[in-house]
Design a protein around this ligand. Structure first.
Ligand SMILES: [Fe+2]
Length: 275
């Protein structure tokens, strides 16, 4: 096993280029970073060199939006090839992406578009996850997304859908607590029912982030601190799932690194109180 392979524990931070200089200068005491793998797929870029440089000091995980696991088009082989190359180079503890689709007719969006929750779609997703897992040579970690629309065709709950996908594909789950809360408010279901229905033994990681309240709906902007109801739901998640790694995500209006460390400290405290 390579020396780079270290285990992931505690509360990590989503690595963003705005903090590269701070991290290089201060080598903050962060147990691990999650990198947005799609931003590192091109060789020879400044970003990729930065991660190569800090990699011996920090365990990392990969997090992507480019798999488009729910799309009806064939999986993007070039994307997967680049991802495998990056994996071999940086040796992440695991690779995650989202339970959604992000491409159609050659057009890619960074919006995470939800799926209809039906048995046919379960089978479609499972087949594609199995292909990805074959290519990666490891289990994929799949994340629940937040949503603002639902399909009339759905004939099961989102959590029943997730359970079937995870069970049939033998993949792992990334539990985004904020996403559950946002969708629960937008679609008027119980966030706790959703959370407690998820298979605890499949959950490899928990995400926390902040949303924006648009009055008519909550928008998952990753531009704010984690809110009180999401911290409350996180406490319940810790009780349900146990001691799994937690990550703070912040993608818009990105604050100073120290603000992210404060969020991580709060997460750590809540985790310790609820284990
Ligand atoms: Fe997330």
């Amino acid at each position: 096993m390579s020396i780079l392979h270290s285990s992931i524990h505690g509360c990590g931070i989503g690595l963003r280029s705005q903090h590269f200089a701070y991290i290089a200068e201060h080598q903050p005491n962060v147990p691990w970073f999650e990198i947005l793998s799609d931003n590192y797929l091109i060789e020879g870029t400044v970003q990729r060199e930065f991660v190569q440089q800090i990699r011996p000091d920090y365990p990392i995980t990969f997090h992507g939006v480019g798999l488009s696991i729910g799309s009806v088009e064939p999986l993007n082989k070039d994307y997967l090839k680049r991802l495998v190359k990056l994996k071999n180079e940086l040796e992440p503890a695991w690779i995650s992406d989202h339970l959604c689709w992000t491409s159609a007719h050659g057009y890619n969006t960074h919006d995470l578009i939800p799926l209809p929750y039906t048995p046919d779609v379960v089978n479609h997703i499972v087949e594609r996850i199995l292909q990805v897992q074959d290519t990666l040579g490891e289990r994929l970690v799949i994340e629940n997304v937040s949503s603002y629309m639902q399909f009339k065709d759905s004939n099961m709950t989102e959590w029943e859908f997730i359970n079937q996908v995870v069970e049939k594909s033998d993949c792992h789950l990334l539990l985004d607590v904020n996403n559950i809360y946002v969708s629960a408010i937008n679609h008027h279901f119980s966030a706790e029912d959703y959370l407690l229905a998820l298979p605890a033994n499949r959950i490899k990681e928990i995400h926390l982030a902040g949303y924006e309240d648009k009055q008519t709906h909550l928008l998952d902007t990753h531009s704010r601190p984690v809110t009180e109801p999401v911290w409350d739901l996180f406490a319940k998640a810790v009780k349900h799932v146990g001691d799994v790694p937690v990550l703070i995500e912040w993608d818009n209006d990105i604050p100073e690194f120290s603000r992210l460390l404060q969020e991580a400290d709060t997460a750590k405290q809540i985790q310790q109180q609820n284990l």
